[in-house]
Design a protein around this ligand. Structure first.
Ligand SMILES: Nc1ncnc2c1ncn2[C@@H]1O[C@H](COP(=O)(O)OP(=O)(O)OP(=O)(O)O)[C@@H](O)[C@H]1O
Ligand SMILES: [Mg+2]
Length: 414
C-alpha cells in the first residue's frame, strides 16, 4: 500500500529527495522532465543545480532555517532548467526524521505552476501598462485642456478686441450719419422756413401799408399773424434741435408718438409732393427705446418714399403706415405707391453708403442707420420687399413690458 501511495504521488507530482546537505539522492521522471536534466546528471549534485539566480539568498536562508528546525517549508519557487528557461513550482519540503528524531533526509514535492505564474505576470504587466496608459491619458487630457483654455483665452481676447473695434466703427458711422442727417435736417429746416419767411415778408409789407393807412385793426391782425408765423418757425427749429440732443434715455412710448413727430418734420415736403399719408391700425402699441431714434427711422423711410416719387410713375401718390400686433411684436408696415425698389438694388439697400441717388441727394446711410437703430436700440428687425404699387418696409419691434395695456385700435388719417 505504501508503494502504491508513493506511485500515486510520484506520478502526479515532481518529487526529489536530498540528504541533510542538500545533495540529491532521488528524482522522479517528472523532475527530470521539467528540469531538462537526466537522472544521472542530477543524482549526487547539490539541489541548487536548479536554483534560479533571481531568487535571493534570503529565501534560501529561510528555507534552510525552516527545514532544519524540522518544519515543513511551503513556497512557490522560481527555478531554472538546464536550457536556461524558467519554471515555477509550488514546493513543499518535508524533513524526514529517523526513530531518534534526527533529520535523515528531505523530501520535496512540487507541482508545476509555470503557466499560472506566466499568466499572472502577464496580467500584472498588462495592469501596469494600463496604469501607465491611464497616466499618459490623464496627462494628455490635462495638456489638451490647458491648450484649449489657452486658446479660449486668446479667442476671448480676440473677440473682445474685435468687438471694441466694431463698436468704434459703429460709433464712427453713427457720427458720420448724424452729420449726414444733420445736413438733411438743415435742408428740411430751410425748406420749412422758406414758406413762412415769404409769408412774413408779405405780412411786413402789408403792415407797412396798414401803418400808412393808419388802419389800427389791420395792424393788430397782421401783428398777430406775424407772431404766429414766428412761433411756428421757432417750434420747427426746436423740434429739430431736440432730435440731436445727446444722452437721451430709453422710455416706453406709443409708436404713434414717433410717427407724429416724423410726419411733423417732413409734412411740408410730403405735401409739396402731393403725397397722401394714411395711418392705420394699432398706432398706440407701446415700444421701448428712444422715441427720437424711432422718429429718425420713420423720417428716413418717409424721405426715401418722397424721393422715390420724384422719379416714380404717374398716378395715385400715397404713403400708407399700418400698425398691427403679432404675438409679442408690433408690426409696422410702411408702404408707398412710388413704383418700388429696383430688383438689382433690393439686396443691397441696407448696406452703408449704398445709394442710387446723386451724391448731392443721398449718402446711402439712411436705411443702414435705420436698420441699426431698429436692431440695436429696439431689438427688432427691418426688412424691405416690393409690393404691387411700390416699396414695402416691414418693421418688427418687440412690444414694451406694459404690452397688452394698450391694444386699442386707433384709426386715423393724416
Ligand atoms: N421707398 C423706396 N422706393 C424705392 N427705392 C427706395 C426706397 N427706399 C430706399 N430705396 C432705395 O434704397 C437706396 C438706399 O436708401 P438709403 O435711405 O439707405 O440711402 P439714400 O436714400 O440713397 O441716401 P440717404 O443716406 O440720404 O438716405 C436708395 O438709394 C434707393 O435706391
Ligand atoms: Mg434715404
Amino acid at each position: 500500500m505504501l508503494q502504491q501511495y508513493v506511485e500515486a504521488i510520484e506520478s502526479s507530482n515532481i518529487v526529489s529527495r536530498t540528504d541533510i546537505n542538500g545533495i540529491i539522492t532521488f528524482v522522479n521522471d517528472e523532475f527530470c522532465k521539467i528540469s531538462g536534466y537526466s537522472r544521472e546528471e542530477l543524482i549526487g549534485k547539490n539541489h541548487n543545480i536548479v536554483r534560479h539566480p533571481d531568487v535571493s539568498a534570503e529565501t534560501f536562508r529561510c528555507l534552510w532555517e525552516t527545514i532544519l528546525a524540522k518544519k515543513t517549508y511551503k513556497a512557490t519557487v522560481k527555478n531554472r532548467a538546464k536550457d536556461g528557461s524558467t519554471f515555477y513550482v509550488n514546493t513543499t519540503v518535508i524533513p524526514i526524521l529517523d526513530e531518534r528524531g534526527e533529520i535523515e533526509e528531505f523530501v520535496a514535492i512540487r507541482y508545476d505552476v509555470t503557466r499560472e505564474m506566466e499568466l499572472r505576470m502577464e496580467l500584472e504587466k498588462k495592469e501596469r501598462e494600463l496604469e501607465q496608459l491611464n497616466r499618459g491619458l490623464e496627462e494628455r487630457v490635462r495638456e489638451q485642456t490647458r491648450q484649449l483654455q489657452e486658446l479660449n483665452r486668446n479667442l476671448e481676447e480676440r473677440v473682445r478686441r474685435e468687438i471694441a473695434k466694431n463698436e468704434e466703427k459703429q460709433q464712427m458711422l453713427l457720427w458720420q450719419s448724424r452729420f449726414a442727417s444733420l445736413g438733411q435736417m438743415m435742408a428740411n429746416i430751410a425748406h420749412q422756413w422758406r414758406q413762412p419767411l415769404t409769408e412774413l415778408n408779405l405780412s411786413l409789407y402789408s403792415l407797412k401799408e396798414a401803418c400808412r393807412r393808419n388802419d389800427v385793426g389791420e395792424i393788430e391782425s397782421l401783428y398777430r399773424q406775424s407772431r404766429g408765423i414766428i412761433r411756428s418757425m421757432s417750434e420747427t427749429l426746436e423740434s429739430f434741435m431736440e432730435f440731436f440732443k445727446p444722452n437721451r434715455s430709453s422710455i416706453t412710448f406709443p409708436i404713434d408718438e414717433s410717427l407724429r413727430d416724423a410726419l411733423a418734420l417732413i409734412r411740408k415736403a410730403l405735401e409739396k409732393s402731393a403725397i397722401e399719408v394714411r395711418i392705420e391700425g394699432e398706432v398706440e402699441l407701446p415700444v421701448s427705446g428712444i422715441p427720437n431714434e424711432l422718429t429718425q427711422v420713420f423720417v428716413n423711410l418717409f424721405q426715401n418714399a418722397r424721393d422715390a416719387f420724384e422719379k416714380g410713375p404717374e398716378g395715385d401718390r400715397w404713403l400708407r403706415i399700418h400698425v398691427s400686433r403679432d404675438e409679442d411684436n408690433a408690426v409696422i408696415v410702411v408702404e408707398d405707391s412710388a413704383g418700388g425698389i429696383p430688383e438689382e438694388a433690393l439686396e443691397r439697400i441696407f448696406e452703408p453708403y449704398f445709394t442710387t441717388k446723386h451724391s448731392s441727394h443721398g449718402t446711402g446711410l439712411g436705411l443702414f442707420m435705420s436698420r441699426m437703430i431698429v436692431e440695436k436700440s429696439f431689438h427688432g428687425s427691418l426688412e424691405a420687399v416690393n409690393s404691387l404699387k411700390g416699396a414695402l418696409f416691414i418693421l418688427k419691434i418687440p412690444l414694451a413690458e406694459t404690452a397688452g395695456a394698450s391694444t386699442s385700435s386707433e384709426k386715423g388719417a393724416s
